[in-house]
Design a binder for this molecule. Structure first.
Ligand SMILES: Nc1ncnc2c1ncn2[C@@H]1O[C@H](COP(=O)(O)OP(=O)(O)OP(=O)(O)O)[C@@H](O)[C@H]1O
Ligand SMILES: [Mg+2]
Length: 248
């Protein structure tokens, strides 16, 4: 089995508060892993650690075998380019047009001529059903379109790994299904991904395996079928938490 990311005994504290207490899991090449868990358990913190925005106190994060926590800033840059992070809110640049938003990562990370950049953008707009939107501002798009654009911008540089933070939150059932299809389509391109979500239906439909984060550790991990069978109590408690509004 080949792993693209291996998280080993990762621990993080913020001031006195221990958030991650030895988190371990692996992401296989080409796999889609769902990461579920209650609000404030540290799901986004795990993703932020993988892209170098947090500094864990203990543990390792191996990307294709090398520990990114040991690398200095310049060494990490080449790995960082291979990882796309789809922010919860899209994190689009409000004052830039759709076209400029998509051009940004290409101008930053490649030395492509403008002609090639334009071609890549027009292709991506088609792929994400955003044709004709290039001159619009993000605020002129619907919520679903903004979410799609957030993904389009994250993956335009053809990353190896995509990290999604709540890709379906705030979408109606129809748009949610479209988003699931978009993610599945990307999986078919051969990317590996981690999806942080509160949405069990998405996790069960889209992910190859699901991991549950609770009390700073991965408490259960397995295929959707296996997860439902072997960790039914944990899963039911999690779903009950969502229904009671403990988890947004
Ligand atoms: N930079 C920070 N400084 C202090 N505390 C932080 C920081 N980042 C995260 N935390 C704390 O760490 C805990 C985990 O936060 P995180 O955002 O990872 O949770 P989450 O599982 O993604 O929650 P949600 O489902 O609500 O998005 C929270 O208690 C949060 O307040
Ligand atoms: Mg979060």
């Amino acid at each position: 089995m080949e792993f693209i990311i291996e998280v080993k005994s990762l621990s993080i504290s913020f001031k006195e508060k221990k958030v991650l207490r030895g988190v371990s899991f692996s992401l296989e090449k080409g796999e889609c892993l769902g990461l579920i868990g209650g609000s404030g358990e540290g799901k986004s913190t795990i993703l932020r650690s993988i892209i170098g925005l947090e500094h864990p106190t203990k543990g390792k994060i191996l990307f294709d075998g090398s520990n990114i926590l040991d690398l200095d800033q310049s060494e990490y840059v080449s790995i960082r380019k291979k990882i796309a992070y789809v922010f919860q809110g899209g994190a689009l640049f409000d004052s830039m047009t759709v076209y400029e938003n998509l051009a940004f990562p290409l101008r930053e990370h490649t030395d492509w001529p403008e002609k090639k950049i334009k071609l890549a953008i027009l292709n991506e707009l088609k792929e994400f059903e955003l044709e004709g939107c290039e001159d619009m501002l993000p605020m002129e798009l619907s919520g679903g379109m903004q979410k799609r654009m957030g993904i389009a911008r994250a993956i335009i540089i053809k990353p190896i790994v995509v990290l999604y933070d709540e890709p379906t939150s705030g979408l109606d059932p129809y748009k949610k299904r479209n988003m699931q299809n978009t993610i599945m389509k990307l999986q078919k391109r051969g990317t590996s991904s981690v999806i942080v979500t509160h949405d069990m239906q998405t996790a069960l439909r889209v992910c190859d395996r699901i991991a549950l984060l609770s009390e700073g550790k991965i408490k259960a991990i397995g295929t959707p079928e296996n997860f439902k069978k072997s960790h039914n109590v944990l899963l039911n408690n999690f779903i009950k938490g969502i229904k009671q509004g403990e988890v947004q």
